[in-house]
Design a protein around this ligand. Structure first.
Ligand SMILES: [Zn+2]
Length: 378
C-alpha cells in the first residue's frame, strides 16, 4: 500500500491527494441550502468526476450509490447526503477522511465520518444526533492552577466558558510528562490574527503563549475530531496541535524565560541609573545590560542551530514518519507541522492515524515526544 501512496502524492505535489486526514475546510453554508433533489443531482454528477465508484454506509449496511446509478438510495438521510456532497465538492476526494457535523432542522447535529479509499470506495458512518459537544467547566484560574500554567490573558476580547472548556478538554488529553513540558506557558485569547492563523504558539520577548483567536473556533459548528460515538470539538484538535509545538520547544522556552528576566532587570537598572546617575548605578546598568545581551545572543545562536538541525522531538519523529506522504495536507508542509497534526490524531483519532501513519502510533504511545523534548539543548 505504501508505494501506491507515494506515487499518488508525487503525481500531484501540493494538491490534496494521497491518503490523509481532512479534506479542506469549506463552509457548508451553500450545501445545506440545497433542496434534496439538487443534492442527489450533484452527488450523481460529481461522484464520477471525483473517481468515486460507490458509496456505502457502515452499521446499517447499505449501498447508497454505485457507478452508473442515476439516483442516491432513499435510505440515505438528508444529513448524509449533505455530508457526501460536501466531500465531493472538495479538490481531490480520494484518500481523504472528513469528520462532519451536519445540523438537523431541530438544531441537533449529526456526526458523520466520510472516508474515501484511494480506489474510489466511499464509506459513510453516522452517529446519533448530539446537542452540544462540550459544556462549560472550570474557570481560567482553575485551569491554570490545575496544569501549572501562567495566568490566562485576553487582548481585545474575552474568554467564553465554552472556549475555556475546550482548552481544559485539550489539556486533559495530555500525560503528566506532556503537561510538565508546557511549563512557562500561558493561553492568550485574541480576536484576530493578521497572519490568518487558526492558533499560534509563540515564544517572544514579551511572553510565551498559545494564542487562541476567533478563528480557532470557526469550524466547531461544522466539523469534529474523533469518533462518531464521542465527537470532540474541532478547536480542541487545533489546541493540541499548538501544544505539540510548545512541548517540542520546552527547553528553548526555558532559556528564553531566563533571558527575558535578564532583559527586564537590565531595563530596570537603566531606569535607576537615569533616575539617579552615579558611578554605582552606571556600573550596575552596564553589568545587567551585558548579561542580558549575552543571554539573548546565546539563544539566537541556539535557535539558528535548531533551525538548521531540527529539534530533538522532530528529528526522532522524522526517523519513523515520512512527512511528505502522511497525516494531512498541512502536515506535509514541514516535519514540525506533521508532528503537530499527528499528535492531535494520536490523542483524538487513533484509527485515523493508524490508517495514515501507523508507525506514528507506537512512537507517541511510548511517550517519545515528551522524552525527546525534555532533552537539554546542545
Ligand atoms: Zn503548527
Amino acid at each position: 500500500m505504501s508505494s501506491f501512496v507515494v506515487l499518488a502524492v508525487l503525481s500531484a505535489a501540493g494538491v490534496q491527494e494521497g491518503i490523509r486526514y481532512g479534506s479542506g475546510n469549506n463552509p457548508l453554508d451553500a450545501v445545506v441550502k440545497l433542496a434534496d433533489a439538487q443534492l442527489v443531482q450533484q452527488i450523481v454528477g460529481l461522484a464520477p468526476m471525483q473517481k468515486v465508484t460507490k458509496i456505502d454506509r457502515l452499521g446499517k449496511a447499505a449501498t447508497l450509490w454505485k457507478e452508473g446509478d442515476k439516483a442516491v438510495s432513499g435510505d440515505a438521510s438528508r444529513e448524509e447526503r449533505i455530508a457526501i456532497l460536501s466531500v465531493l465538492q472538495r479538490q481531490g476526494a480520494l484518500g481523504s477522511e472528513t469528520d462532519l457535523l451536519i445540523a438537523k432542522a431541530d438544531g441537533q447535529k449529526v456526526p458523520i465520518t466520510v472516508l474515501v479509499e484511494l480506489g474510489g470506495a466511499m464509506t459513510l458512518a453516522s452517529g446519533a444526533p448530539v446537542k452540544e459537544l462540550i459544556s462549560a467547566g472550570p474557570t481560567a484560574e482553575e485551569i491554570a492552577t490545575k496544569y501549572k500554567l501562567d495566568a490566562f490573558t485576553a487582548d481585545g476580547t474575552t474568554w467564553t466558558p465554552i472556549e475555556l472548556a475546550a482548552v481544559d478538554k485539550a489539556l486533559s488529553m495530555l500525560t503528566p510528562d506532556e503537561v510538565a513540558l508546557l511549563g512557562g506557558l500561558g493561553f492568550r485569547r485574541k480576536a484576530n490574527d493578521v497572519g490568518g492563523r487558526s492558533a499560534f504558539y509563540r515564544r517572544a520577548d514579551d511572553g510565551m503563549t498559545i494564542d487562541i483567536f476567533d478563528k480557532t473556533f470557526k469550524f466547531d459548528g461544522e466539523y469534529f475530531v474523533g469518533s462518531i460515538d464521542a465527537p470532540v470539538l474541532f478547536s480542541v484538535g487545533i489546541m493540541l496541535h499548538e501544544m505539540a509545538h510548545a512541548m517540542s520547544d520546552f527547553q528553548g522556552r526555558q532559556k528564553a524565560i531566563v533571558a527575558n528576566k535578564a532583559v527586564a532587570e537590565a531595563r530596570a537598572a537603566q531606569d535607576a541609573m537615569k533616575a539617579s546617575p552615579s558611578p554605582e548605578t552606571k556600573a550596575a546598568a552596564k553589568e545587567k545590560t551585558e548579561a542580558a545581551r549575552a543571554l539573548r545572543g546565546a539563544i539566537n545562536a541556539l535557535d539558528k542551530v535548531m533551525l538548521a538541525k531540527g529539534r530533538a522531538a522532530e528529528k526522532s519523529y522524522a526517523a519513523v514518519v515520512d512527512a511528505k506522504t502522511s497525516v494531512s495536507v498541512y502536515g506535509r508542509t514541514s516535519i514540525d507541522e506533521n508532528l503537530a497534526e499527528s499528535f492531535l490524531l494520536s490523542k483524538l483519532d487513533k484509527p485515523a492515524l493508524e490508517r495514515i501513519a501507523p508507525q506514528a502510533l507506537p512512537w507517541f504511545a511510548a511517550g517519545t515526544l515528551a522524552k525527546e523534548a525534555q532533552k537539554p539543548l546542545e
